[in-house]
Design a protein around this ligand. Structure first.
Ligand SMILES: [Zn+2]
Length: 79
C-alpha cells in the first residue's frame, strides 16, 4: 500500500512536470515564430500582360494594354 501511494505521487508529479514543460515549449515556439498578423492594407495584385506573373500593383509598370512586371515586358508587348 505504501508503494502504491508513492507511485501515485510520482505519477502526479511527472504528469504535472510534463504538462508544464509542454506549455513552456509551446509558449517559446510562439515567441520565436509569432503568427503573422494580417496586414492592415492588403496589396492589390495584378498580372503581367506579357508573362502572366502576379505581382503587387505598387511594383507593377503601367502600360497602354495593362500592367507589366518590368519595363522590358512592357516594351516587348507594346512595341
Ligand atoms: Zn512579365
Amino acid at each position: 500500500m505504501k508503494y502504491l501511494l508513492l507511485f501515485v505521487v510520482v505519477f502526479i508529479f511527472a504528469w504535472h512536470w510534463r504538462n508544464t514543460r509542454r506549455a513552456d515549449i509551446a509558449k517559446r515556439a510562439r515567441k520565436v515564430h509569432p503568427s503573422p498578423k494580417p496586414s492592415a492594407d492588403p496589396m492589390d495584385m495584378v498580372q503581367c500582360a506579357h508573362c502572366h506573373v502576379h505581382l503587387g500593383q505598387a511594383e507593377s509598370v503601367q502600360g497602354r494594354n495593362g500592367q507589366y512586371c518590368s519595363p522590358e515586358h512592357r516594351a516587348l508587348t507594346e512595341s
